[in-house]
Design a protein. Structure first.
Ligand code: GTR
Length: 328
């Protein structure tokens, strides 16, 4: 009697655990440098909501915003080892890991943000997502995110023409291409992680930085830098990458769901972005930030100055650059 009970108990436990295995809940951790409410944060959270619904709670997303898990370099590394599932990062930070992406980091490679959107939504965008997935770097390229255009901002004096950049210490993303870019424009490019920018501006370690309006405002850089120059030297999109290690533990159906919701997030984030960009500019104006519009002639000077960057890095990407230029 006792034996039968024990045997029955073991059997029941075995059933329960095999059932539990199929149904085992998996919480997918996500990292973003931006705070809650930021378009990229919301878009990834929404992937989580959809996943939770579609898998009856088996998959969900836990978002860690505001650099809680570190900067973007760290996020990429954490995704590679499977410590987190989603890293939403700039192509600026991802270029040093998957070199093909650096084509998007060439200054003025896109005519405007609309052109960039057509490129990431089309075959070039898909090819580059696939390059990430097939790079052997432990990442799956899931979706693109819009990040508008990047502009210079400064703490001490306004940048009205390129000459004002002369000798200025400008923080750029951790990618040698951007150091070369800032130097070619007459400044001193200083590469550092996003997690250090605010303090660097505040303490005078740098005299300025460059970013899109939502980052400038909603990550508080505008509290230290009072001059914002709309020159649009870089239009760098961002990517949601997924940990290959975790991806390989998911069923084919679950992978398909992630791919589908990723594509939807790409379009959703863009709509949120447009609203956020306007809000950021309004907030900057209300805070008394001096906003400088670069005249067309001066814009040309910025563009001409980056020729050495194109000479150094451009030839590797000639084919893709041609395809980008041919994209309407
Ligand atoms: C922001 C971007 C971040 C990060 C940051 C930076 O615009 O959303 O992913 O790359 O710029 O300058 O490091």
């Amino acid at each position: 009697m006792k034996h039968t009970l024990v045997a029955a108990g073991i059997l029941a436990a075995a059933f329960a655990s095999s059932g539990a295995l199929a149904q085992q809940k998996l919480v997918l951790k996500a990292s973003d440098v931006h705070p809650g409410g930021y378009p990229t944060v919301v878009a990834v959270e929404d992937i989580g909501k959809k996943l939770e619904k579609a898998t009856n709670g088996r998959l969900s997303v836990a978002m860690y915003p505001s650099m809680q898990l570190g900067g973007e370099k760290e996020a990429i590394e954490q995704a590679q080892v499977g410590a987190i599932a989603f890293a939403r990062v700039s192509v600026g930070a991802l270029g040093p890991v998957v070199d093909d992406l650096n084509v998007f980091n060439l200054p003025y490679v896109f005519r405007n943000t609309e052109h960039m959107q057509h490129v990431i939504d089309g075959p070039i965008g898909q090819d580059l997502l696939d390059k990430v997935t097939n790079s052997g770097k432990g990442l799956v390229g899931l979706a693109w995110m819009d990040a508008g255009a990047r502009n210079f901002y400064s703490t001490k004096k306004p940048i009205k023409t390129m000459a004002d950049l002369k000798g200025m210490k400008v923080r750029v993303m951790g990618n040698p291409m951007f150091v070369d870019m800032a130097n070619a424009m007459g400044g001193n490019g200083i590469a550092m992680g996003y997690d250090q920018v605010f303090t660097a501006l505040q303490t005078g370690v740098v005299d300025g930085a460059e970013n899109n309006p939502p980052s400038f405002v909603f990550d508080n850089h505008y509290q230290a830098a009072k001059f914002y120059t709309v020159d649009e030297h870089l239009i760098v999109p961002e990517m949601v990458v997924f940990s290959k290690k975790i991806w390989d533990t998911l069923s084919k159906d679950e992978q398909a769901l992630l791919a589908k919701f990723g594509k939807e997030a790409q379009q959703e984030e863009r709509k949120l972005w447009d609203v956020y960009e306007k809000q950021a500019m309004d907030k900057a104006k209300a805070a008394g930030i001096e906003i400088i519009q670069v005249a067309a002639a001066d814009k040309k000077a910025f563009q001409d100055a980056v020729k050495p960057v194109w000479d150094k890095y451009g030839p590797k990407y000639t084919d893709t650059v041609k395809r980008i230029q041919e994209t309407k």
